[in-house]
Ligand binder design. Structure first.
Ligand code: ADP
Ligand code: ADP
Length: 226
């Protein structure tokens, strides 16, 4: 079945700039999918619309059967988003950031604490659990963003340039974590401007440029063409 279905998605910003020109995109359940494109192509705009931070100008978005317009709260429950910018409460401790997030979804505190511990351990952050987020390195914040997006156990996880500015060793450990998550059944979409990252991780790929999808194929077929 379909995890994400986007039809004729358009975005015109308030200054009149058209960032998306009628995007169509389908991602199947269980897929590990890359949205690849240069800076300014429209990747963050697309993700912003999914996370309701950006209002779309036209088109439809559907996540696991939940339409963005008709059922936004249903859509939110099955979607986790890791944006590019850190937006933590600077003074809140890593562990508390996770349990606070779970609270927004009505998850019981006991369950929230179990999940927070599990994800902090899996992501190598357990010894930082009592550190305020502003004291964490960029790579640690990046991992904490991923843990936070997983607290309500979404079926679809979308990450906007998850390894930007992350050193190669940490990048590889994040790849391992995401691959395992996908193996456990979570559908993953990531944006990147590194073909190498998409190649390592993803089965299917769409290439976006100037607000248009210019290629949508399997990773294998793309690599044969290059
Ligand atoms: P929306 O249509 O989703 O409400 P806006 O058009 O109001 O979004 O823009 C949101 C904010 O982003 C505004 O404060 C705007 O000034 C700022 N902004 C303008 N141009 C850019 C740009 N090229 N990149 C990022 N942010 C921008
Ligand atoms: P990407 O994530 O692929 O780098 P973005 O979605 O951030 O691309 O941006 C797509 C285009 O929309 C760019 O030309 C960017 O300058 C423009 N843009 C982004 N945000 C705004 C905004 N708030 N107002 C006006 N233009 C914007």
């Amino acid at each position: 079945s379909s995890a994400l279905s986007i039809r004729q998605l358009t975005k015109i910003y308030d200054n009149g700039f058209q960032a998306l020109h009628g995007i169509d995109l389908d991602v199947a359940e269980g897929d590990f999918f890359a949205l690849l494109g240069p800076n300014g192509a429209g990747k963050s705009t697309t993700i912003g619309i999914l996370s309701t931070l950006v209002t779309k100008s036209g088109g439809t978005v559907n996540v696991f059967g939940h339409d963005l317009d008709a059922d936004p709260s249903g859509l939110k429950r099955c979607l986790g988003v890791v944006p590019q910018e850190f937006n933590f409460n600077q003074f809140e401790k890593a562990f508390d950031i996770l349990t606070t997030q779970a609270g927004y979804y009505g998850i019981p505190l006991r369950v929230a604490k179990e999940r927070a511990e599990r994800y902090l351990k899996q992501l190598g952050l357990w010894d930082k659990r009592d550190v305020p987020s502003r004291m964490l390195s960029g790579g640690m914040k990046r991992r904490l963003m991923i843990a936070r997006a997983l607290m309500h156990e979404p079926r679809l996880l979308i990450l906007d340039e998850p390894t930007a500015g992350v050193d190669i060793e940490l990048r590889r450990s994040m790849w391992t974590f995401l691959t395992e998550l996908n193996r456990q059944g979570v559908t993953i979409i990531l944006t990147t401007h590194y073909l190498e990252e998409a190649e390592q991780l993803c089965r299917n790929i769409a290439i976006i440029d100037h607000g248009r999808i210019v290629e949508n194929t399997s990773m294998r077929a793309l690599l044969q063409k290059l």
